[in-house]
Design a protein. Structure first.
Length: 413
């Protein structure tokens, strides 16, 4: 399982499916290359979305970005400029570093003024290419360390580490004394394990060694016995639906009681309803985004996506991708208001100076802080917690739980 696949599984519960592939979007604005690209009056502003191929990219991320673009254009564009969304896929069937770099080259040659809703596991291959052109990357998800530190990185959503930190915090705040993390061996990265432990420790719980099992594990009785012997009373798990079913069955058969917590991605609503009371008390932790994703922001995103894409139940990544376009639009409008040409460099500068903007990007940015753990681009990661009760989700925390303090104190990215 690749880093992209692992992280996608943690952040969203969407089922990957097959979809047709398309070539990189290729359009050219009027003007010179790179950061000096000039956009003529009323000519389109080209933005690019880099996506993994298949239903994950088309079915989730692209729906959010396209809905936002459609909405902007339906209201006259940006300063009279329509917005054109170009798509580039960075590999088949999964993200590929060479394809990511090729998409970046396409963005430069096509004079894109921004990358929006980007999802790639190879950002380290992206930024060196777009750096000379000063193309900002307003991404939907942070996966690569470069997404934390590049001056061109504007990440709107938490990464898998942050969500798992929230799982640990939720358990600790629920009264957990000793927590353990259960994960398939393919997803047992040191970063994920450390993120969970950071949250649990920050919330006052002790942490037992993480337990990894094969993705095909069917018998969890030995795992449960190990947890019992170690005095574990809470378990955070990063398991898919079928594995989760076997895991829950083993707990029930053991006669022991554990407080459980997982990301909202791990169990679908149908599975939650199927397991019913077996999951009672289980905490589901999902990302609660910065101010761009407050109640009003989510309401706007839902309205746009239902109107333009026919989406009835958008997931977190769709909303993040929608907000990426809206954040670009906010910066571009500021450029237009200053009577400047909308270029990649101008948009980057406008993003840097946003204060209390749609993305809640911290400004002014401070790159003097040491290391990526300073997280200069993000004000804080927040998590929203729900409890399962008789097959239904019940909100537990309407006030977001910040994971930033735990990550900075206990866990280095």
């Amino acid at each position: 399982m690749s880093k992209l696949t692992m992280t996608a599984a943690v952040i969203t519960g969407a089922v990957l499916g097959a979809a047709g592939l398309a070539a990189c979007g290729s359009s050219t604005s009027t003007g010179a290359s790179g950061s000096a690209t000039q956009v003529a009056d009323h000519s389109p502003l080209h933005i690019m979305q880099i996506l993994p191929p298949g239903n994950f990219g088309l079915g989730l991320l692209n729906q959010g970005t396209q809905a936002a673009v459609d909405d902007i254009n339906a209201h006259g564009g940006i300063g009279g400029h329509p917005v054109k969304l170009d798509i580039c896929y960075d590999g088949a069937p999964e993200s590929d570093p060479n394809s990511t770099a090729q998409c970046a080259k396409q963005a430069v040659s096509s004079h894109e003024v921004a990358l929006v809703g980007t999802f790639t596991a190879f950002s380290q291959d992206l930024y060196p290419v777009i750096q000379p052109a000063s193309i900002p990357n307003i991404s939907a998800v942070m996966i690569d360390p470069a997404d934390y530190t590049s001056p061109l990185a504007f990440a709107l959503a938490p990464n898998g580490d942050s969500v798992l930190t929230g799982v640990g915090i939720a358990l600790g705040q629920a009264g957990c004394k000793k927590a353990a993390f259960l994960t398939p061996d393919a997803g047992a990265s040191a970063a994920f394990v450390g993120a969970f432990a950071a949250g649990a420790k920050w919330a006052g719980a002790s942490v037992a060694p993480a337990v990894t099992v094969p993705a095909t594990q069917a018998d969890f009785a030995p795992t449960i016995a190990q947890f019992v012997s170690e005095g574990v009373d809470c378990i955070g798990y990063n398991m898919g639906g079928q594995s989760a079913a076997a895991f829950l069955a083993a707990i029930k058969s053991s006669g022991h009681s554990f407080r459980l917590a997982a990301t909202t991605a791990q169990l679908s609503s149908a599975q939650i309803a199927q397991f019913g009371h077996q999951l009672n008390g289980t905490l589901l932790v999902g990302p609660f985004y910065p101010r761009a994703f407050d109640t009003a922001g989510q309401r706007n995103a839902l309205t746009d996506m239902k109107k333009y894409q026919g989406v009835t139940a958008p997931v977190d990544l769709q909303i993040a991708a929608w907000a990426a376009v809206m954040t670009f639009a906010e910066a571009a409008r500021n450029v237009v208001a200053a009577d400047q040409s909308v270029t990649a460099m101008a948009v980057t500068k406008a993003l840097d100076s946003l204060r209390n903007g749609g993305a809640d990007i911290e400004a002014p940015l401070d790159y003097a802080k040491p290391g990526p753990s300073a997280l200069p681009r993000i004000r804080g990661f927040d998590e929203f917690v729900e409890r399962i009760s008789d097959g239904a989700r019940v909100p537990v925390s309407r006030t977001p739980i910040s994971t930033l303090a735990a990550e900075q104190k206990y866990h280095q990215f």
